[in-house]
Design a protein around this ligand. Sequence first.
Ligand code: C5P
Length: 432
Amino acid sequence: MMMWHNKFVVVGVTGGIAAYKAAELVSVLTREGAEVQVIMTASAQQFITPLTLQTLSKNPVIVDMFAEPKAWEVQHVALADKADLFLVVPATANLIGKVANGIADDMLTTTIMATRAPVVFAPAMNVHMYANPIVQMNIHKLRGFYHFVEPGSGRLACGYEGKGRLAELSEILETAGRVLNSGTSAQQTPGEYSNRVVTNINDQLEAQQCGVADYSGLTVLVTAGATREAIDPIRFITNRSTGKMGFAIAEAAARRGARVILVAGPTNLPAPPGVELVAIESARDMYAAVTEHYPGVDVVIKSAAVADYRPKQRAGQKIKKGEGDLILELERNPDILAQLGKTKQRQVLVGFAAETNDLIRHASDKVRRKNLDFIVANDVTQAGAGFGTDTNMVKFIFPTGEIHELPMMPKSEVAGAILDQVLVILRQRDKE
Ligand code: C5P
């Protein structure tokens, strides 16, 4: 890992049970040639001693801003400027909350505020704290500016997976390395992202205060994966969709308390806990399943990659090869989403637009033509977006022309952002 050689890494350690794992991280980074400066919060010292981290980092650990008179005035700025990368491991709900709200009341928060270096947070906390909507909103807000390594999951007594355990060290190092290498200097500049998203967050906070930021009592229909259009009993036409995005949405909605119906094409993914899986093959199967459930659902999220065409004739027997070429005639499949848009009552309709060119123009056209509430648009030619990846980079495009741009994030988090946005729309409806 030559990448760490001579890099100046500030490691922020906050007061959680996982603080001891920061010791190993510091040790690996130092071994790899990085210069490591540790900043601890006051409560972190309850979990690990500054002396341990000082020994491993070979640098004095900073805890108290005012310990050396006068020095503090410049030290946070000096460290902030010098850093190539900030790693906050573990990041508690408290630290995340402070940074998300512009609070800088100790050395760590002050230095994070002053730095232009990229910052990676590795949250670790109790599963219920992590699931708390306020914590999630803070993370969502910070995602526009900083990087996150998602905590790991553990099974909860209720049968769902709960998140909160600090990510594996290897994963933290991998993300940190990627961020360092990507050369994305610091946070995204506010103009690019924050204005729109911050209003969005405010809407969400408002929704939260009104007690509707939860999916209990709501039925969500999600479609996922590719359809298969049979040519003969052996062959079919399909596409590259794996279903990961739709399964992540179904899982997140179930975790938030929704009844979830997941209509999915053939996939290797296991059904998420608590989700009603309706397995289909062709676009026409999907059409039948979706229209059957449509009248009883509150939200439809159509992430499936539905085949637009199917072979006009499905041969009853395997087609034998002949001497010449074979011409396959295709006919149009029904556009399921457009049909739902036509008969929309109170449902919130969310579509997906995977494009390879003119993303915004095509997606904006679809959102209006199909009468959707918004469309999740992604340029599938970009690295880290589209089929088969675990991450996605999407834009929400609204019929008004408004666009919310999200940074690259794991599909599970894109799922959360979509569900947050749907709640904002439901909340506005309730007001009307
Ligand atoms: O027009 P396009 O196929 O790109 O639109 C994509 C959106 O429409 C997706 O949400 C997809 O699930 C949906 N769709 C559909 N039925 C089709 C084709 C696409 O519901 N036949």
